[in-house]
Design a protein around this ligand. Structure first.
Ligand SMILES: [Zn+2]
Length: 489
């Protein structure tokens, strides 16, 4: 059997910050599932000494971090921090202290690569504090999705004279050099290099490249790995259990399972040495609340997803796919998992499988490719909700409850979309407006019940203020609509 050298789990703490107890429970579970390394995306929850302004309200204390990392070590789970150093640095660049590093005044997602000399001291400080506490032999450099590469006038000029690839690689070479000065082997996401490979030969080829694929035809989104293989780079493969377009209203279980079915055999065949399972709580893209001069007042993460504790089944499916020589038969896997995990009959497990694979279409009307009529999708999802309510699990009831809650939230959302559609047509008039208000009141009443269950399920897992935020963000759109329609002044 082809085996991966490292089985790695990527924990995202950008939002949905877990309690210390939840973190150590996760570590135990990962060890049980034979993961060897935990990648932690601390972002603003790491208590940086030299850059304390980066911390958000959910920042861990140093004692909590030390205790958790020590605990991981004691159970044989290596730890590796991922630190964004190029793109996805809004949480850094929103602060005046670091504003001079921005590629763009308004879109503050990225550091300008020509400001490498100004950026390096910051990156060095962050690396120093992180690397001394995590025991992996690697340094994971976050430099994916630098969407606005080459957009400031100076970068545009350099890209025109050489290439976007050169712009990217010149910056990265310095960061890689820094990582190596700590005695660590650099690891970087491969998306940008796959898209812009021209200057890749200037990057030291002992840098590990992570080919992340969350459910598309291998090689189709960024580019094939072969040109970089030819330069001698080692690859890891990376998959996901939560990724776009997943949010509270949509759980694309089948897409993720199919991703394991397709991409794990592909990674083995290509000789990718290790494999990573990511679990993003959000997109890494933000909506901004600005003031004059586009000063950031607040950042709102785009896409909030059901928390990680609802997705044990996908972690187990990933592990099964890694351990098997055959592509994952995910339909059978779900049935077997449900029988074993919930102590239910085979016919109930089949019903559960059909429910889990209910229509996972998005219902966003302005984009044809992301739209199915909500009534059609609702019929499938309501059937799933009813089936899940009828099944009585005899074991792991809380885990089963997560599925019920996820699908109930989706059902309520689809009811909202149905109502919303009636307000977006030529025939929308006063009678429809009154009807829509009544419907929205029902939606909000249903959501109130979901919020109560959610609070009970997440107690001790997420912090109370996080639970409150997550519950309130789910109902923002129906609340705003009912305010408008009821015309209450
Ligand atoms: Zn620039």
């Amino acid at each position: 059997m082809t085996k991966f050298k490292e089985r790695i789990f990527h924990l995202d703490l950008r939002i949905q910050v877990m309690t210390p107890k939840a973190l150590s429970d996760l570590a135990d579970h990962l060890v049980k599932m034979k993961f060897t390394t935990l990648v932690i995306e601390w972002e603003a929850t790491f208590p940086f000494k030299k850059h304390p302004v980066l911390a958000n309200r959910f920042v861990y204390t140093r004692k909590e971090v030390v205790e958790f990392l020590d605990y991981c070590k004691s159970i044989g789970l290596k730890t590796l921090a991922i630190q964004a150093c190029f793109g996805h640095v809004e949480y850094i660049l929103q602060h005046d202290r670091y504003a001079h590093l921005r590629e763009d005044e308004r879109d503050i997602c990225q550091i300008c690569p020509l400001k490498i000399n100004e950026a390096l001291p910051l990156i060095k400080d962050l690396f120093t504090e992180l690397l001394e506490m995590h025991n992996s032999e690697y340094c994971y450099i976050g430099c994916d999705e630098t969407y606005i590469l080459g957009s400031c006038p100076a970068c545009r000029e350099k890209a025109a004279k050489s290439s976007k690839s050169q712009l990217y690689v010149d910056y990265l070479v310095e960061v890689v050099k820094l990582a190596k000065s700590f005695g660590k082997r650099p690891v970087i996401p491969a998306d940008m290099l796959l898209q812009y490979p021209e200057a890749a030969r200037e990057l030291p080829n002992d840098t590990v490249l992570v080919d992340w694929n969350y459910g598309w035809e291998p090689g189709s989104k960024f580019g094939p790995p072969e040109p970089l293989f030819a330069l001698g780079f080692e690859f890891w493969g990376s998959l996901s259990l939560r990724s776009g377009p997943d949010n509270y209203y949509l759980h694309t279980f089948e897409k993720h399972l199919k991703n394991y079915h397709d991409f794990i055999p592909y990674a083995k065949e290509k000789g990718y040495s290790s494999v990573v399972l990511t679990s993003f709580s959000t997109s890494g893209i933000y909506g901004f609340e600005w003031d004059a001069f586009y000063e950031t007042v607040m950042m709102h993460p785009v896409r909030r997803v059901y928390p990680l504790n609802g997705f044990n089944i996908l972690m187990a499916a990933f592990v099964k796919a890694c351990d098997s020589n055959e592509p994952l038969d995910y339909q059978q896997f779900i049935v077997d998992y449900a029988i074993r995990r919930f102590a239910i009959s085979e016919s109930e497990a089949k019903l559960f499988k059909d429910s889990l694979l209910a229509d996972a279409s998005p219902v966003y009307k302005p984009k044809v490719e992301f739209y199915q009529p909500p009534a059609k999708v609702l019929a499938s999802v309501s059937q799933a909700v009813n089936a899940m309510n009828a099944i009585i699990p005899h074991k792991n009831r809380r885990e089963f409850g997560h599925f019920r809650l996820m699908f109930a939230i989706r059902e309520t959302y689809l009811k909202f979309k149905l109502i919303e559609e009636t307000t977006e047509v030529d025939s929308f008039g006063d009678a429809e407006r009154i009807r829509a208000i009544a419907g929205l009141e029902e939606v909000l009443a249903e959501e109130k019940v979901h919020a109560k269950t959610y609070k009970a399920y997440m107690r001790g897992y997420l912090h109370p203020a996080e639970i409150k935020t997550e519950n309130s963000w789910r109902i923002r759109k129906p609340l705003l609509l009912i305010e408008r329609l009821s015309r209450e002044r």
